[in-house]
Write a protein that binds this ligand. Structure first.
Ligand code: SF4
Ligand code: SF4
Length: 162
């Protein structure tokens, strides 16, 4: 589920700083874990449901619309809404993302970058509280302590807007 994208010096510097910080602090969940060296998505679907927004860029709209073989306007009308002036995906009545079906993403191959990069978002990597919150519902994080997660994040990409 997670894309491995190119490294930027700024991102690596931020991650190294986070890693230095976590080495100095004791985190209550670290002693309970098994030092996983890789994030594995269990496809529980929890990151695609509940409150929150999936932001989409115009490129992503084009990409997903093409995958669904829909004209852009039809795609926007059927699948998109706005939140504070930004384009977002609609939710189903139960607050699941409109593309979540049987715990799987209907547009997996072309899903928005925000989804592609989860759980390696800045808000999860750089703050223990963010990590703890993500871990409370993301099954793939269950075995992770914060230190190990930050270490693994060095090999992954962090979403700049979260
Ligand atoms: S677009 Fe796909 S991956 Fe992203 S929240 Fe919706 S169902 Fe989940
Ligand atoms: S919450 Fe975590 S384990 Fe569940 S589908 Fe999302 S990334 Fe995968």
């Amino acid at each position: 589920m997670i894309a491995r994208l190119g490294r930027s010096p700024a991102r690596l510097s931020t991650l190294h700083e986070a890693l230095r910080c976590v080495k100095r602090v004791h985190y209550s969940d670290d002693s309970m874990t098994t030092s996983p060296d890789k994030f594995t998505c269990t496809r529980c679907g929890n990151c695609c449901r509940g409150t929150g927004y999936v932001y989409v860029s115009t490129d992503e709209v084009d990409r997903i619309a093409a995958q669904l073989e829909l004209p852009t306007d039809d795609f926007l009308e059927t699948y998109c809404a706005t939140h504070r002036g930004h384009l977002v995906l609609k939710s189903q009545k139960n607050q699941d993302c409109i593309f979540l079906e049987d715990n799987l993403c209907r547009v997996h191959d072309v899903k928005p970058d925000q989804c592609r990069k989860w759980p390696f978002w800045r808000s999860v990597v750089e703050t223990y509280s963010g990590f703890r919150h993500a871990k409370s519902y993301c099954e793939g994080l269950k075995e992770f302590g914060y230190r190990d997660f930050v270490r693994v994040a060095e090999e992954e990409d962090v979403h700049p807007g979260h």
